[in-house]
Design a protein around this ligand. Structure first.
Ligand code: ADP
Length: 501
């Protein structure tokens, strides 16, 4: 049985994992780089080990230093979170050689699913539908054109080692093949050190719908239904919801069964996600498997009523799943909004800096998984995801209304962020109707990204007016009331910064 968990990650996911460990009574060890000395996961864990300089390649991706930290702290298990080393088969293998439990699947499952060409072949052999295309690596324009002859245009050229939407090019005309092939290969080489690419039919106006699965070492596997992840910018998710507004019960059941079959085909153990691309007729095709916890896992937790991190630990302890497929159901509706320190108006450029003020929303049905606090310096070295707002409602309408309310309450000052952009998404007619595809942001760019110079000025005027009211109340207040007023004055530090006090 696991006795102490080292969390080989940072930010909101490290905090989230530590929370479940704490509920299980498991001591935790955080790891941190120079830039993260004062990060929330470091403050929150029972112990913390420094693992190197700020660039991730020298710290969060440094296998030797992380294994060293586990040895030093006596951790007998490592949870990799997502990103960083979570899908690195060498790391998973190294943990087992060191006698450390890797809270995740075997290195075989990671490498089979981590390479998109191998995954396509494995899935085809298991009878899982894949997007029409090639299972071979394409190196020349001639090879590409001959595949296109068979499947027709448009197509996607995709990196076999791909992730994060990198190394992917859309080809609509035969004359674009040469340059798209060159661009995809060179981007893949730079991002993944591997320039293998393949070709898939481009699915027009698709949905990205993924299924959460859990599988143990005793032959049991279940799915925990879907997450609709079609709101994407640059092929990366930004708002997710469950249930999907477009799935019928019948198609949901079929896709769930297919997801379980896909996991079984690689003897999967742990939590994983089978991603599908779905066309307008609800035909679905395997896109890839993510052999780890997903950023958007909390919406599944909320609607299905499980703690996925605890399930991962349970499975890593070699215990059989206690969940039964026939007893699992979706209860209500959940929406996740990813809060980034970035500038949507400036091509979503990351915007690191010091957080001078934060108001986190609370109340019925609201969960915030975050990692920032007032005074925290968001480092420029890592992904700018700083918090996730997860909202539950008894149905989609209530979840949507509650998300809007929570986003209105959410305030972050000091760094540029996408809160306003998220608010516009959840108010956009297409989103409200549940009628959107992966092109939603691109198609609504103007409305979602409209420059609103008035925003910050208006906000300042509201703050100044509120401040005058505050002074008026303070003048009349008794000492007890004054303390209460001060404590309740949520925007106090923001007011100070606006008024330069
Ligand atoms: P990555 O591993 O880089 O995230 P995926 O294969 O998961 O790449 O695809 C990411 C996104 O790119 C999908 O959610 C979808 O929006 C788009 N996409 C990928 N393949 C196709 C395709 N064949 N047709 C249309 N869109 C696609």
């Amino acid at each position: 049985m696991i006795k102490k968990v080292l969390v080989a990650n940072r930010g909101e996911i490290a905090v989230r994992i530590i929370r479940s460990c704490r509920e299980l009574g498991l001591p935790t060890v955080a790891v941190y780089s120079d830039a993260d000395r004062k990060a929330m996961h470091v403050l929150y864990a029972d112990e913390a080990c420094h693992i190197g300089p700020s660039p991730s390649i020298e710290s969060y991706l440094n296998i030797e230093n992380i294994i060293g930290a586990a040895r030093k702290s006596g951790a007998d298990a490592i949870h990799p979170g997502y990103g960083f080393l979570s899908e690195n088969p060498v790391f998973s293998e190294r943990c087992s050689r060191e006698g450390i439990i890797f809270i995740g699947p075997s290195s075989h499952a990671i490498s089979t699913m981590g390479d998109k060409i191998t995954a396509r072949k494995t899935m085809t052999a298991a009878g899982v539908p894949v997007v029409p295309g090639t299972d071979e690596c394409i190196t020349s324009e001639e090879e590409a054109l001959s595949v296109i002859d068979q499947i027709g245009l448009p197509v996607m050229i995709k990196a076999s080692a791909g992730g994060g939407g990198k190394g992917m090019r859309l080809v609509q005309k035969a004359t674009e093949v040469k340059s798209a092939l060159r661009a995809a290969r060179s981007e893949a080489k730079t991002a993944f050190g591997n320039d293998a690419v393949f070709i898939e039919k481009y699915i027009e106006s698709p949905h990205h719908i993924e299924f959460q699965i859990l599988a143990d070492g005793h032959g049991n596997a279940v799915h925990l239904f879907e997450r609709e992840c079609s709101v994407q910018r640059r092929h990366q998710k930004i708002v997710e919801e469950t249930p999907s507004p477009i799935l019928t019960p019948e198609r949901r059941r079929q896709m769930g069964d297919t997801a379980v079959a896909a996991a079984r085909a690689v003897n999967y153990q742990g939590a994983g996600t089978i991603e599908f691309i779905v066309d307008s007729q609800l035909n679905y095709y395997f896109l890839e498997m993510n052999t780890r916890l997903q950023v958007e896992h909390p919406i599944t937790e909320r609607v299905v009523g499980v703690d996925l991190v605890k399930e991962q630990i349970h499975i890593a302890n070699g215990l059989p799943l206690t969940l039964k497929q026939e007893l699992l159901e979706q209860n209500g509706h959940a929406i996740e909004c990813r809060v980034y320190a970035e500038d949507p108006a400036n091509n979503f450029m990351p915007a690191p800096g010091r957080v001078t003020h934060i108001d986190i929303p609370y109340g019925v049905g609201v969960r915030v998984d975050g990692s920032i606090y007032e005074g925290f310096e968001i480092p420029l070295f890592y992904d700018p995801l700083i918090a996730k707002l997860i909202v539950w409602g008894k149905d989609r309408k209530e979840a949507l209304e509650r998300t809007r309310r929570a986003l209105q309450e959410f305030k972050i000052a000091g760094v540029k962020n996408n809160l306003k952009f998220l608010e516009r998404i959840v108010n956009a007619p297409g989103f409200v109707l549940g009628d959107y595809t992966t092109h939603f942001i691109e198609e609504n760019k103007e409305a979602l990204l409209k420059d609103d110079p008035c925003d910050s000025d208006c906000e300042d005027i509201v703050i100044i007016t509120a401040f005058m009211e505050y002074i008026r109340l303070m003048e009349k207040a008794s000492p007890g009331e004054m303390t209460a007023l001060k404590n309740n004055w949520k925007n106090y530090s923001r007011i100070r910064s606006v008024l330069k006090l």
